[in-house]
Design a protein around this ligand. Sequence first.
Ligand code: MG
Length: 457
Amino acid sequence: MEAKKIQKRLFGTNGVRGIVGKDLTPELVLSIGESLGTMRNGRIAVGRDTRTSGETLINAIKAGLLAVGCDVIDCGILPTPALQYLVKEHFDGGAMITASHNPPEYNGVKIIESDGTEMGDEETIKLEQRIFDRSYSTTSWEGAGKETIALHLIEDYITAIVNLFPGKIGNGITVVVDPGSGPACATTSKILTGMGCRVLTINAIMDGTFPGRLPEPSPEGLMGLAALVISSGASFGGAHDGDADRAVFIDEKGQFVEENQEFALVADHICRDKKGVIVTPVSTSQMVEIVAKNYNCTVIYTPVGSIYVARTMRSLIEKGSPVIFGGEGNGGLIFPDHQFCRDGGMTAAMMVAILASRKQKLSLLLEQLPQRHMIKDKIPAIGGAAILEALKSAYSHEIIDETDGLKIFQGNSWALVRASGTEPLIRIFLDAENIEMGKELRDDIMNSIQKVAGRNT
Ligand code: MG
């Protein structure tokens, strides 16, 4: 289990990201391909999201992989979880050209292992070292890899999800899908239609300039979706980030469903049928744990980052633990019966399954969940590690969890304080029973940070 984070130089929590032509160049992506192909020989699948720089960069990674003798299977434009599914089923590894939720000027690379999970920290550090050392096993003409174009494989992913929900359970349910001009234009509507739903769409033409909304599915960006849900009388609206590993929802009244509520609602549905463990980062609302306890299920916490959740789920299952569900409080949910990565298309399908089984409106189902109030904040600060140390002594009388940063418990509330690895910033998450308790704890933590930060500058 990767219980602790290791700092990487090039790759972040979800791969390499940067502004194209500035931080992220075709030369860098070429060297990622050469390094990855040297470490993971065999058949490597590649894919991309809809960004304008995608075509350049997918060709760069393909050139790198082919140059070191890998065979490349180009799966075209598809969601990250679709490529992860295909790699798990058929290939020795994968590379996805995507910058997920970042604005259009960004792009990046996510590396996929043969089991469909994103590459873990230790292997990523070895990959980075190869890139820095330019340590590649470039082949001669006899060893050059071969390329296969396999744009049809995306259908396997769609079919796999539809088959998990037999019986056209979506009959009578209308859904508005907003793929945000991203790769889910090719998948989510088909999945839901395959389940029997009536599907309407918005922002459903692939376009790397993202003319309708930015790739981050924020409440502001989803106002068009909300309006269409109301005017069409749909049961809900579903939207994705730029690579569709996340899904967020709008209820039938046009209200944005906070992502921790989404997580708790899906957890509630899964725990009704199965007993076991839910895995999630320390930043997820207590709502999920309260739901789990209602059904005699338990929650295991990881550092922040979907890869830690996915790898912990795998590792627990290998040890015989009954892991039933996992995910993050940002709409990135992991269904172990399907695959060990966040999957936006699968999450949208699960929302249909919930409505079909509960036969109540989404807003009513959300009202029945435990009520919690979450506050997210950040504060500029230099010397984050020292500030966290000082905070730890200041709150030594409270229960503290150090899985990732400092999680300080106070009664039924908690505050998670983490230093950013890339910016002079401290990020704070608070989770409380109500807004007043949340604000009280926030003021207390902020005052303590100001005090200890003052001492450190
Ligand atoms: Mg994403």
